[in-house]
Design a binder for this molecule. Structure first.
Ligand SMILES: [Zn+2]
Length: 197
């Protein structure tokens, strides 16, 4: 997919809002509080740009209400650009890079990066893996530091992590509740036998 970074949605607040409205409400706006479609636009200088009014619950809202942009002081076009940069960058994007590219404080960039990653997260338990004619592979590893980096000769506190990956599909990883890695970290640092879960 080609994206033009000179697109006004990345630079213009009202264009970015229109873009988000089209994504959220492709068939016309509905109330972010009660879901009613009996809404009207509030236009005029006394209203915040993009404000809508619900005739049923009598509350005001914008496209940001009920989303990760709600109550954010960062302009929407910066959010749109941050989303694009974080999802289109092949090697990811750090909060420091966002801070430099969006001309916002590091604190804001850190906050944005966390919210964007949270928004991209698959909801927990979003369905089982596998099924008919599907292949699910399983592997496990121990995650943690190396013993040579620890004071004395202590065994590093590693956690056993088990992952299931569906071929050409989703994956799931979790800390293994049944395996304790202490018996094997000396002989093999990253892999070990684990009891079946
Ligand atoms: Zn409403």
């Amino acid at each position: 997919m080609n994206v033009n970074l000179t697109d006004p949605i990345f630079h213009d607040e009202s264009k970015a809002r229109e873009h988000l409205e089209n994504l959220r409400w492709p068939d016309g706006p509905w109330c972010a509080h009660c879901g009613s479609i009996n809404v009207k636009r509030l236009e005029g200088k006394s209203y915040t740009p993009g404000a809508l009014y619900c005739r049923d619950c009598r509350k005001k809202f914008t496209v940001a209400v009920g989303t990760l942009f709600e109550r954010s002081h960062i302009p929407l076009h910066k959010w749109v650009l941050a989303f694009h940069l974080m999802t289109a960058s092949k090697k990811g994007m750090s909060a420091h890079q966002l801070h430099r590219m969006l001309n916002i404080t590091y604190k804001s960039a850190w906050f944005m990066a966390h919210r964007i990653r949270e928004a991209m997260r698959e909801p927990a338990g979003s369905g089982p893996l596998g099924g008919e004619n599907k292949v699910v592979e399983a592997d496990e590893t121990f995650v943690g530091g190396k013993s040579k980096n620890r004071k004395g000769d202590r065994i590093p506190p590693k956690e056993a992590v088990m992952a299931l990956v569906e071929r050409d599909g989703a994956c799931a990883a979790s800390m293994s509740p049944t395996s304790r890695p202490r018996a094997c970290v000396r002989c093999c640092s990253t892999r070990s036998r684990m009891p079946a879960i």
